[in-house]
Design a protein around this ligand. Sequence first.
Ligand code: AHR
Length: 307
Amino acid sequence: STAADTSSTGAAKAPGDIVVGFAQVGAESGWRTANTKDIQDAFAASGMQLKFSDAQQKQENQIKAIRSYITQGVDVIAFSPVVETGWDAVLKEAKDAGIPVVLTDRAVDSKDDSLYVSFLGSDFIKEGEKAGQWVVDEYKNQTDPVKIIQLEGTTGAAPAIDRAEGFADVIKADPKFQIVASQTGDFTRAGGKQVTEALLKSNPDATLIFAHNDDMGLGAIEAVEAAGKVPGKDIKIVTIDAVKDGMQALSDGKINFIVECSPLLGKQLVDIVKKVVAGESVEKRILTEETTFTQEQATAAFPTRQY
Ligand code: AHR
């Protein structure tokens, strides 16, 4: 039953009677694993029932999962859309069934914002801008071209689109910055390694890699080393996420800079769900707070990192 039912009866639902369906993207990265764990832990602590599905980075699987949550009549559906477009039909089905939808981590590209109640997650454009700003500062005394390889996230995903946009917007201030190659590594370590191997061959004069997440950057490190170059020195690497393995590589000097993207969305999602079920209004856009890390800062922060 929905928020409307609750307010009409005036009786608040007990947490144990609230059922939430969460359609996750997949298990493509360290970030995603941390995000899944945080969401499952937060719901377990809340006493609400969580139904969880993993779409293995396929939109069709996510749509199937959402449809099944609609059929089961869950109270709230939350999901992290693998790509931005193509959601209107299934979201309309949820709306017609009176089931509120919360977007978690990633946005949809839809003209109709009545199809979801709230979007909780990072500002991916800002993350790309922060990565770009580090690059601009790092090379401020260099006049020669800086040839950049970009490892893109999943094609069509909000973080891939927005991070590329934010980064490009900042580096365009100086034409010495040239993105000489840009390809998707699908946010995975294997993808980052494979794409870097190929792109280093076709662009042997590249000196900087911007990877849309830590995992692809970690894969790139392996490819750079296999090419006989030193990651962090011959080829500088900038990434986004700040998961444990990324922070370790940053602290070891193999990555040069990381922009944080927090996967710890569980508690906030639980709060949103509680409010929605109680018929209270929620903010349409809820941003996560994030910072950045240099190599020194990574060494200092490492012991207390949660993910
Ligand atoms: O949507 C967030 C992104 O998805 C993370 O940066 C990446 O690691 C994950 O796969």
